[in-house]
Design a protein around this ligand. Structure first.
Ligand code: PYC
Length: 371
């Protein structure tokens, strides 16, 4: 029977499942080609890890790959409940902590190949991991977007290994009690960006990061809430989001090389950031945090299990228009390719567009829930 070996960890509350063994081969091709293969041929690995019944929406996974890039320990491809991620710092901290747990790395610097470039992770004796990230930068400052229910919101668009829309001091107060309100606000912001056609040079801004004052100013400089692409919130302070924040602070002259920025997340766990200036005006962020290994699993793939690769659970928002219905038709074709059957639900909202939610379940499960 097919199996996957997984080591589990969390970094400041955000989980990472690292695949350490399994029956798949990613030994050839560039990192970009490997990412495409993970998105297609090996998407079952992502779904098995991040979808129910084994996973949940906040789950992040990582596949270790060989790499030809000189001096690199390995390659890594991160993914979440909707797709692959460009980069992930909490996941890198989890990866290095996992490899140390397995006796595969020792204290010191390790270069790692990712979908967006080479990063360097430094493991310290006490378990702290520093990640020197990919070059980061502010793309556009104080971009205005009209958000239904909130009016005009201003945010910065920045790259920190993923694309972020960073909002400071607007929207619901950034505290754990406001999780639902922060999620709703951030989803509306992302939708408004999409509807207004605001992108980062054509790339979707799929993370929204809202900032407020820290709960305890002796421990952090700021607290954030980060909405991830699949609508889960980051339990950690989000390392790529912290990198994007460092780029914005640097662009507005609020932080200098060598200064420290302590970013708390919504659970008040903290990542510490600092930066170097690069000759092209970008910055090189360095983000530090700790992870804890908290499990090890063998996944079994019994062909008679209707959910062996997880519930295929996709959420999309299209206008309730002929175009939307046509796209829903494509989904049905796509689902039949994956031997799943979609349940299409129309959800009416008081917004300029209607929405459809498409849920894919295996045929066996659908038979029991479809009217
Ligand atoms: O820590 O960079 C990060 C991250 C990205 C998405 C979730 N965590």
């Amino acid at each position: 029977m097919q199996t996957l070996e997984i080591v589990e960890s969390h970094t400041g509350g955000e989980p990472t499942r690292v695949v350490i063994d399994g029956s798949f081969d990613l030994s050839t091709g560039s990192m970009a080609e490997k990412v495409l293969r993970v998105q297609g041929e090996f998407d079952w690995i992502r779904r098995s890890i991040c979808h129910e019944p084994r996973g949940h929406d906040a789950m992040v996974g990582a596949i270790i790959t060989p790499t030809d890039t000189p001096d690199c320990l390995c390659g890594v491809i991160f993914f979440n409940n909707v797709s692959t991620l460009h980069m992930c710092i909490h996941g890198t901290i989890g990866l290095i902590t996992t490899l140390r747990h397995l006796g595969r790395v020792s204290v010191g610097e390790h270069r790692i190949d990712t979908a967006v470039g080479i990063i360097t992770a430094t493991l310290h004796e006490d378990g702290l991991v520093d990640v020197a990230n990919v070059p980061s930068y502010l793309h556009a400052a104080a971009v205005e977007v009209k958000v239904p229910g909130y009016g005009k919101i201003h945010g910065d668009i920045a790259w920190g290994g993923n694309w972020f829309f960073l909002i400071d001091g607007q929207g619901p107060e950034v505290c754990f009690a406001n999780l639902d309100a922060l999620t709703d606000f951030s989803k509306r912001v992302r939708k408004a960006l999409q509807l207004a056609g605001i992108t980062a040079d054509g790339m979707e801004i799929d993370h929204v990061e809202v900032f407020g004052p820290p709960g305890d100013a002796s421990k952090a400089d700021s607290r954030n809430f980060v909405l991830c692409p699949g609508n889960a919130y980051d339990r950690s302070p989000c390392g790529t989001g912290t990198s994007a924040k460092l780029a914005c602070l640097h662009a507005s002259g609020k932080i200098m090389p060598g200064q420290r920025w302590r970013q708390a997340g919504i659970l008040d766990t903290v990542f510490t950031g600092a930066l170097e200036e690069l000759p092209d005006g970008k910055i090189l962020p360095r983000v530090s945090g700790r992870a804890w290994v908290n499990g090890k699993s063998t996944y079994y793939f019994d062909p008679s299990d209707p959910f062996l690769h997880g519930l295929l659970w996709t959420y999309c928002e299209w206008g309730k228009s002929e175009e939307g219905k046509r796209l829903a038709g494509y989904f049905e074709l796509w689902a039949s390719y994956w031997r799943a059957a979609p349940v299409v639900q129309w959800i009416e909202r008081p917004s300029p567009i209607g929405q459809i939610q498409v849920r894919f379940l295996s045929r066996a499960r659908c038979a029991t829930i479809l009217p």
